[in-house]
Design a protein around this ligand. Structure first.
Ligand code: GLY
Length: 384
């Protein structure tokens, strides 16, 4: 799929990832990192900065470290990566016990851990955990509105009618549950949610809303919110990427052409907005200054674009592959830390436009960067 010079670059990056993960995995083997503070991974299996049920061990990103370990196990065959992945998966059992911290992000948590483990080892305990998580996700489906409820009630108020675009990454857990058990209910819910999202989240120009509030009793859109982006009606870049790659995944699992065409529409909008620098802002519609950026959005977009390049005909491939390469090369050249001074790979991730803690290391930035690079190599372990 790659030109000779791109292949050279790819081999070099894979060498850097392998070297870095070799020592980082040892240093952080007993942790579940979310961010890097003064060069060292935090540990979200213990730390709970907000003191809430959905933080700490139930924090939504706690599957990515296990996912990174499975990617490395697949790449190197080294047992240590499997052991670390197993360890983080077992720690997540506490979330089933606590229950109240869990919401729709069970897909992000158990796809890269238990489903990955089951795909690789056929561990029956992992299958059980993943099916349990899939049932929790299916239980959040709102029949009147045809959507999966995102979060539990927030201090700000009633969220019974709230769905968010990120959920397109959780529903592959439901596709997997149907593929694994033969029971169509899970896929029916996933496709209904994806259909509702096509209607209510994706705008005619290919940009997407972050949060849509539906009437939880009658269905129908009540209101949209800017969520983690700049403002209502803006274009939060990570949300664009959850949608781009998310609809691609729904297409991969179902073969429904409308999902592919929706993913393409979002991709065309995204590609048209990539700045010459290749640095992705937090929101495509934010003010020019301050030039806040989000490296995680670039990494996730690259993954989705590579999947799209694989799915389309030869004459369309470069349309998606070239921007993916541009994003990844920019991350490698100017937004990565390959030294031993820091446990993270990517710098300048941003959780949300209005969160003052911008331009930090975020674990899913590293995860998706690795996933994209291994996808380009052509032998990736597909975790979604
Ligand atoms: N799923 C939440 C986020 O992307 O920050």
């Amino acid at each position: 799929m790659l030109q000779a010079n791109d292949q050279l670059w790819l081999d070099h990056v894979i060498g850097k990832i392998t070297a870095k993960m070799d020592w980082v995995s040892e240093k952080s083997r007993h942790k579940i990192p979310y961010t890097t503070i003064n060069g060292t991974h935090d540990d979200r299996s213990i730390d709970n900065p907000t003191g809430t049920a959905a933080d700490g061990i139930c924090w939504w990103t706690n599957g990515f470290w296990g996912g990174m370990m499975w990617l490395m196990y697949h790449e190197t065959g080294q047992e240590k990566y499997k052991e670390i992945a197993n360890n983080s998966e077992e720690k997540l059992d506490e979330c089933f016990r606590q229950y109240y911290g869990l919401h729709h992000d069970v897909g992000f948590m158990w796809l890269p851990t238990s489903v990955a483990n089951y795909k690789v080892t056929k561990n029956p305990e992992s299958r059980k955990r993943a099916l349990h998580a899939a049932n929790l996700l299916a239980g959040r489906f709102n029949l009147a509105g045809g959507f999966i409820r995102a979060w539990n009630d927030l201090p700000e108020g009633d969220t019974r009618g709230w769905a968010i675009i990120d959920c397109m990454f959780n529903i592959p857990l439901l596709y997997w549950a149907t593929e694994e058990t033969g029971d169509p209910r899970f896929q029916q819910i996933a496709m209904k949610h994806a259909d509702t999202s096509m209607e209510a989240f994706v705008r005619p120009d290919g940009s997407v809303n972050h949060i849509v509030e539906f009437d939880p009793f009658q269905g129908g859109v009540v209101k949209t919110y800017g969520g983690q982006g700049y403002e209502e009606g803006s274009s939060w870049t990570r949300g664009q990427t959850w949608a781009l790659y998310g609809f691609m995944m729904s297409y991969i699992h179902t073969g429904k052409e409308e999902y592919l065409n929706t993913a393409k529409r979002i991709a065309h909008y995204f590609i048209a907005n990539i700045p010459d620098s290749g640095i992705i802002p937090i929101d495509f519609r934010q003010p020019k200054e301050p030039a806040y950026e989000d490296s995680t959005a670039a990494a996730i977009a690259a993954c989705g674009l590579i999947e799209m390049a694989k799915a389309v005909g030869q004459h369309e491939k470069d349309l998606y592959l070239n921007p993916a390469l541009k994003l990844l090369k920019t991350l490698d050249e100017s937004r990565s830390d390959w030294t031993k001074d820091s446990d993270c790979i990517l710098i300048n991730g941003s959780a949300a436009y209005h969160n003052p803690n911008r331009h930090t290391a975020i674990i899913y930035g590293d995860y998706y960067f690795m996933e994209a690079v291994f996808k380009l190599k052509g032998n990736d372990l597909y975790l979604w």
